[in-house]
Design a protein around this ligand. Structure first.
Ligand code: FAD
Ligand code: NA
Length: 388
């Protein structure tokens, strides 16, 4: 093969941003490979024909940012709807607004507290463990918001997320539990939020709509029977941007970084609207899933093209990832962080290869973080490599 100027491993938002920048700034030819059968990485979505819902294949994705550089950049490729993210929770036969706010508190205590009264109540309940040093996540939760609210809304949800009793989880998993002493249940506090008007995949296709960018799907960087494999590219001196798992790149030589994954169970209902909202959390232990996503409700502006009689819901079941599962959330224990730091040293020393994205740097990144770090990595690492 005639090699391109740059090979990007992974067609997620990190890889797409770097490829777009390389073509725009230097006019080089870029090959993007991905082992999956579609571009977009975890932000990929597809249209469900039966319901007209846009299904986010790897879990619900909401775009939000306060970063002007990122907002200006993404708006070159898509406009955004005026969707504002809100989440509700089912607990003990009632539906409450989240994050915990004055509406949640007054509904829970059947009260009409003012902001100051609610604050005083939560502080006094949190005082139950005053003066002690919380040894586990359960005690930490109680010390942050008091036992009643913690046990109703946090304890079992967190237990399901980690498949572990919060008494056996380290206190350090949570540093704060936001409680709002007003009725604001807007989930994100960022300057901008919304969903891409024509969907995630159309947005990401436009990022790489250039004859100098070529995409090869169903292609694994480590498969030596395909031309864009690690060994062949190293031998030919082709620069690589790698957004796969960093431990995999080094053959797990120092050990495996740990992740949580999510299994999705699809349920279809003979109703136009099942929950009346896009995200319903289930706070109690008797429901085995953490939350359910009703995708139609992310795009109310598309009602006219959605099926009024059918809806599709994905229930989410969280568990520890085994090798071969989709890695979603880094576990990030102290041991994991120390292990990543050692892989990071190896990655820095790897010639003509730039590591990036959530898998390449073992970080939980929102989309805006990934785009921001990709723009910076392009400037600071990739462009110098291409000019050499
Ligand atoms: P990815 O999207 O993971 O892309 C990496 C790509 O590399 C993948 O397509 C993979 O197939 C490919 N690859 C890996 N190894 C190889 C190999 N050996 N050969 C070839 N290709 C390879 N962000 C938000 O801003 N808002 C949200 O609401 C939100 N919700 C999320 C919900 C879930 C369940 C998850 C998991 C993430 C969520 N995110 C959200 C984060 C968002 O998905 C990421 O920030 C973003 O998709 C990461 O982009 P990336 O390019 O770093 O990685
Ligand atoms: Na490097």
């Amino acid at each position: 093969v005639e090699y391109p100027d740059l090979v990007v491993v992974g067609a997620g938002l990190f890889g797409l941003t770097v490829a777009q920048q390389a073509v725009e700034h230097l006019g080089v030819r870029v090959e993007i490979i991905d082992v999956r059968d579609h571009i977009g990485g975890n932000a990929y979505s597809y249209m469900d024909e039966e319901t007209g819902a846009e299904i986010h294949k790897y879990g619900a994705h909401l775009f939000h940012t306060s970063n002007k550089r990122v907002w200006d950049y993404v708006n070159r490729f898509t406009s955004f709807t005026d969707y504002v993210h809100r989440v509700y929770a089912t607990h003990d036969g009632e539906v409450y607004p989240l994050p915990i706010n004055l509406g949640t508190i007054n509904q829970f205590f059947h009260a009409h507290y003012t902001p100051a009264e609610a604050k005083a109540l939560v502080e006094s309940q949190a005082g139950e463990l005053a003066g002690t040093d919380p040894k586990n996540l359960n005690d930490k939760g109680i010390s942050l918001i008091g036992r009643p609210l913690y046990e109703a809304f946090i304890k079992n949800y967190t237990g399901k997320q980690w498949q572990t009793d919060p008494k056996d989880l380290p206190a350090g998993i949570i540093n704060r539990l936001p409680v709002r002493f007003n009725y604001d249940n807007r989930y994100f506090r960022d300057t901008w939020e919304g969903l891409p008007t024509d969907g995630y995949t159309a947005w990401m296709e436009r990022m790489i709509d250039d004859p100098r960018i070529h995409v090869t799907l169903r292609t694994d960087f480590f498969d030596e029977s395909q031309p864009y494999n690690r060994k062949a590219l190293a031998a030919a001196g082709v620069p690589v941007v790698y957004t796969g798992p960093v431990d995999r790149y080094f053959d797990y030589s120092l050990g495996e970084l740990k992740w949580r994954t999510v299994d999705f169970r699809e349920v279809r209902y003979d109703e136009g609207d099942h929950f009346g909202c896009p995200v319903m959390n289930f706070s109690d232990a008797d429901v085995p899933y953490t939350r359910a996503i009703e995708f139609k409700n992310f795009n109310p502006e598309r009602r006219a093209s959605q099926n009024p009689d059918r809806t599709v819901v994905w229930e989410e079941y969280s568990r520890f990832a085994e090798r071969g599962d989709e890695p979603y959330y880094p576990i990030n224990t102290e041991a994991d962080k120390a292990l990543y730091a050692r892989y990071e040293e190896l990655a820095k020393a790897e010639p003509r290869t730039v590591f990036g994205g959530r898998l390449g740097t073992y970080k939980y990144y929102d989309m805006h973080n990934v785009i921001d770090t990709a723009l910076t990595a392009y400037e600071e690492q990739v462009e110098p490599l291409l000019k050499k």
